[in-house]
Design a protein around this ligand. Structure first.
Ligand code: AKG
Length: 288
């Protein structure tokens, strides 16, 4: 445990961004990545897709740790991609993004999931006016959330960055706004959101933008109504003493080969003893 985990600036969100996150459970920060970074990640992900599809059995293949699921026609879901392409390190270790995550977690974090999705509309399926979504959440209010200085924190937070432009018809993530704080039956909240669809917010953003959200927020993949393919890259983070998601623990060889400053973030080596709790108040001004 000799590596240093760099201290990220706090606050990392403006007061308005933080207020939006607290009220709705998410905030979109536009253009967090440059056009060059966005393109590099897009190319790396599509190259990984080609490599996995070239394997004898793509559904069982592991390419430098990464695997793929989905229907392999219109949906390609990638798991544990962190070891597979050098370009992904730039995203998962991106200091501005990590600073935003640490702010809403309330302390230092580790990577717990590195995933991606490439999906497009299945032309054989009709576009529905009022689609049903695969709504879910990864933690619960009370168990995975707390408040300090009147601000909301969650121990499981995701950054989802769209590498292709997301217009209103391009299947951006949908969320049930405000559900991150509601400790009620998920089925009841999903039903009430279908009754009043103004409660379902859909992400629309230029390529290279990041959706930062608490995993206690009920969310799902949106419905693609256009002919455009969507490519997104997703990172899940948790306090340093948490485990990675099942099958997402990085290999020892991979961690050893990393630049020293990235090792604690990707391995969780700071564990319990060196976890640093950090909080802001709403009135503090941005330091990034
Ligand atoms: O595809 C999306 O937009 C949502 C992804 C998702 O549900 C997740 O990361 O848990």
């Amino acid at each position: 445990m000799s590596e240093t985990q760099p201290s990220q600036p706090l606050p990392a969100l403006t007061a308005s961004q933080r207020y939006h996150f607290d009220v709705y459970g998410y905030v979109v920060i536009e253009n967090t990545l440059t056009a060059t970074e966005t393109e590099a990640l897009y190319q790396a992900l599509h190259e990984l897709k080609r490599e996995i599809l070239a394997a004898d059995d793509p559904a069982k293949a592991h390419v430098r740790g990464a695997f793929m699921d989905g229907d392999f026609k219109h949906t390609f879901g990638f798991g544990h991609i962190i070891e597979s392409m050098h370009d992904f390190l730039m995203y998962y270790g991106h200091s501005r993004l990590v600073a935003m995550i640490e702010e809403v977690v309330g302390g230092t974090v580790r990577l717990s999931e590195a995933e991606a999705i490439i999906n497009s509309r299945d032309p054989a399926k009709a576009v529905e006016k009022e689609p049903q979504y695969g709504f879910h959440r990864g933690t619960k209010p009370g168990f995975g959330t707390h408040e300090v200085n009147g601000l909301f924190h969650c121990t499981f937070v995701k950054i989802l960055t769209n590498l292709t432009e997301l217009g209103p018809d391009d299947g951006g993530t949908v969320v049930i706004a405000g559900s991150h704080k509601i400790d009620a039956a998920e089925a009841d909240m999903i039903a009430l959101a279908y009754d009043d669809r103004s409660l379902i917010h859909q992400i629309v953003a230029p390529a290279g933008s990041t959706l930062l959200f608490a995993e206690s927020l009920i969310h799902a993949t949106g419905q693609i109504r256009s002919d455009r393919e969507r490519t997104i890259i997703i990172g899940g983070y948790a306090p340093t003493m948490f485990q990675a998601w099942n099958e997402y623990e990085p290999s020892t060889g991979f961690i050893k080969g990393l630049p020293e400053h990235l090792r604690p973030l990707f391995s969780g080596s700071k564990g319990w003893e060196e976890w640093q709790e950090r909080h802001r108040s709403l009135g503090e001004t941005l330091t990034t």
